[in-house]
Design a protein. Structure first.
Length: 289
């Protein structure tokens, strides 16, 4: 059985893009599931899959994070990896789906868990916002904060890999018009429309980024909280093809964790969190696909 991919919220589960992509297990929070039941759920996942990789947003409530660590401690298990991600909600859901795709390949659980950090650099996650006055996760200038209070103002914001912000209709983006610097490799785009009605991601951004295809998704419930406004439409460009994802991960040098002996990529074990020993050079970043 493939390594189980689990999430802390149903927001992080996108429909599969192919019939081979397995589902993700949703681990209910402490407000809806007792600790004993959560331990039972985790034990059953381990028994069925051998290892579990849990993706938990960096903005998850402290009680949710504490519950994950409590479950792992009570099970006295080294087979549960807790992977934190700073991506916005739709981007995090894309990352989860990519891990689900990779879980059916001949990739060990340690490599799969540590691959999340690598794949994050290839997810271009952003949103169109009606205001940036309360945006905390992306740097915003004082001028943009002031403009964020203007009626009818709209902003295109990219949270990662590199933060960017332009005011739509302002010409801030120079000769190219209102746009954001995008990926230099082939991507698909997923758009989650919210109360802010805009076709900018599909009619303007998609052609400029030369995306291969556009899909629609439901707006995650946590989007308004993450972006600081309910006037939001999220988008994320990503590597859609499993062979490309597999080659990207396979191209990085593998190491063995000196603490738990898990195989990993990068400079930190996804299961125990131990860094590579001091003095060992970290693997060079993979080239763009």
């Amino acid at each position: 059985m493939p390594t189980a991919i689990a999430v802390t919220s149903a927001d992080l589960v996108l429909p599969p893009t192919d019939p081979q992509t397995p589902p993700a297990a949703v681990l209910p929070g402490p407000d809806t599931r007792s600790l004993d039941a959560a331990v039972t759920d985790a034990r059953q996942l381990i028994e069925r899959h051998g290892h579990v990789v849990v993706v938990c947003p960096a903005t998850a409530p402290p009680a949710t994070v504490q519950r994950l660590h409590a479950v792992r401690s009570l099970l006295e298990s080294d087979r549960i990896a807790i992977v934190r991600t700073a991506l916005p909600p739709l981007g995090a859901a894309v990352l989860v789906r990519q891990l689900r795709q990779l879980s059916v390949c001949d990739i060990g659980p340690g490599v799969l868990a540590s691959a999340a950090r690598l794949l994050t650099h290839y997810v271009y996650a952003g949103a169109v916002l009606g205001s940036v006055a309360k945006l905390d996760h992306v740097p915003v200038t004082l001028t943009s904060h002031v403009k964020g209070w203007l009626p009818g103002a709209q902003f295109a914001v990219l949270a990662g890999p590199a933060p960017q912000l332009v005011r739509l209709g302002s010409g801030d983006a120079g000769a190219e018009g209102d746009t954001l610097a995008g990926p230099e490799f082939t991507t698909d785009l997923v758009v989650a429309r919210g109360p802010l009605h805009t076709d900018w991601p599909t009619e303007t951004l998609a052609p400029r980024w030369r995306v291969r295809a556009v899909q629609e998704a439901a707006l995650p419930e946590s989007a308004a909280r993450w972006w600081g406004t309910g006037k939001v439409t999220e988008f994320a460009a990503y590597l859609p093809d499993l062979p490309v994802l597999y080659q990207l991960v396979a191209s990085v040098r593998r190491e063995t964790c000196h603490w738990c002996r898990m195989e990993l990529i990068g400079d930190r074990c996804g299961f125990c969190g131990a860094p590579l020993p001091t003095g060992e050079p970290a693997p060079a970043p993979a080239a763009h696909p």
